[in-house]
Design a protein. Structure first.
Length: 476
């Protein structure tokens, strides 16, 4: 049955490898299950636990729906969830709706869901009409080849930096790359972080032990190297908390509820579209927001798909991925599902690269991740105890591997080397795959035009470059 659905032999993989890859992907992105409702509800600042519960359950359900479409329609190993960056932007939009309309946070949240619904419907139409596929084709080959290495640097930046934030009486968050390695001496780092220094040391030690466990096992040909390395790192971190910090790492499991908060979602977010509130923000503002969400999501998804597929050897000689339209359709369906259940834009996650590196090549990987996301409706407290340090180890390892794609770039061609170099810097610094692609497209177009090779640039590439210029300078 699995062979018939997912064509495992044709893709040179096995069911065991795909399941392990799906679990690996889940472990690297499990943080989104709790972090997304935190971000969208201001970390509970709105005072409505029911909304938090609704967004939590919506995160699990919409992610799973998107991954099931990815699995059965596109047969690709890419995982989906509410996108980081896009969810923060959505939270800002909701706060602005509150100030513009005077509505409550919940009512404003429901008005914001209308924006996500329209975005998802637009994406479904564009995907069916192959418009998004044509946009992918319009990205110059050099820029396409540079996406994977740039994502690799961004993954390393996340793993070494923003994935782990430590708080203490001195404030925070404190990050490994900036506050630990960035300090001139350990004593200075300790004085800056206060009591958080011990946690930071445990984090850094765990992260690097996990990284080198993954590397050693991978070199020995262990298929489950990534997930096993993360498990080793988790055990080390839990032991460190218990022995050196006097913390019970499983404290969060005591008294935790393992019942999905269906009633809370039904009362706050499930098909709760506040169209009257949506109209109150003004048509120009509404259209601007929809276009902004569309641009960011479209190129984040395109970049993730192309970059990860490149690492997995799924691209043809022209840099195109088979079933791209179906993969983009899964993203669109996930976004509509997110709007209907109660969360921000669902997009393809860059952490999918960890599952691909673990051997995932078919939709069975995405299906496995989706099943675990649904299971987290019941076992969210278990997912929450996976330490971020273990996740960082996997992200750094996968990031290093993706950087090797630079060997495919023709650095003797200035129209390739400059866009790629700018993307390598822009992606980790901005944290946006879409913005980095935009910078790459603009620089490619400018170089071609002013070196007398304007005819080499396709009409659609000119259009895309112009859209990004407008986005960068005219759209807030």
């Amino acid at each position: 049955m699995l062979e018939k659905i997912f064509k495992l032999k044709e893709n040179n993989t096995t069911a065991k490898t795909e399941v392990i890859a799906g679990l690996t992907t889940f472990m690297t992105m499990a943080y989104i299950i709790a972090l997304n409702p935190n971000l969208l509800t201001g970390f509970g600042a709105d005072g409505t636990p029911a909304l938090w519960n609704g967004v939590f359950l919506a995160t699990c359900i919409s992610s799973a729906i998107g991954m099931f479409v990815m699995a059965f329609v596109a047969n690709k190993p890419f995982a989906m969830a509410p996108g980081m960056g896009l969810n923060s932007f959505f939270a800002v939009v909701v706060a602005n709706i509150v100030s513009i309309t005077g509505l409550s946070y919940v009512e404003s949240f429901q008005a914001g869901l209308c924006i996500i619904l329209v975005e998802g419907i637009v994406f479904i139409i564009l995907s069916v009409l192959k418009v998004r596929e044509k946009i992918v084709d319009a990205i110059p080959l050099g820029v396409r080849l540079g996406i994977a290495p740039a994502i690799g640097l961004m993954l390393m930046n996340i793993g070494l930096g923003s994935n782990v934030g430590v708080y203490s009486e001195n404030g925070g968050p404190f990050y490994a790359m900036r506050d630990f390695f960035g300090a001139l001496t350990p004593s200075l780092a300790k004085s800056n972080m206060g009591s958080g220094y011990s946690t930071m040391v445990l984090t850094v030690v765990t992260m690097f032990i996990g990284l080198f466990v993954i590397i050693i096992m991978a070199q020995k040909g262990v298929k489950a190297a990534v997930i096993l390395g993360m498990l080793v790192a988790s055990v080390i971190y839990w032991a460190g908390e218990a022995i050196f910090l006097g913390i019970n790492p499983f404290e969060g499991l005591k008294g935790a509820s393992f019942v999905p908060p269906v009633a809370d979602m039904a009362s706050t977010t499930l098909f709760k579209f506040n169209f009257s509130g949506f109209v109150q923000i003004g048509w120009f503002t509404a259209i601007t927001l929809i276009v902004t969400f569309c641009i960011i999501d479209m190129f984040d998804t395109i970049g993730t798909l192309v970059g990860t597929a490149s690492r997995a050897g799924m691209l043809d000689k022209d840099g195109n991925m088979p079933n791209m339209r179906e993969a983009l359709l899964a993203d669109a369906v996930g976004t509509v599902a997110g709007a209907c259940t109660g969360t921000s834009t669902v997009t393809t996650f860059v952490e999918s690269a960890s599952g691909v590196e673990a051997g995932g090549r078919t939709g069975l990987t995405a299906f496995t991740t989706g099943i675990v996301f649904l299971a987290c409706s019941f076992i969210a407290p278990v997912a929450a105890i996976i330490p971020a340090a273990a996740t960082s180890a996997a992200l750094i390892y996968v990031g290093v591997l993706m950087i090797t794609g630079l060997k495919n770039i023709n650095f003797d061609d200035i129209s390739q080397s400059v866009p790629v170099a700018l993307m390598l810097i822009a992606m980790p610094v901005s944290g946006s795959i879409g913005h980095a692609i935009g910078i790459g497209l603009i620089s490619y177009t400018v170089i071609k035009v002013f070196t007398g090779k304007a005819k080499d640039v396709s009409v659609l590439t000119y259009v895309l470059s112009a859209i990004f210029l407008i986005k960068f300078f005219l759209v807030a």
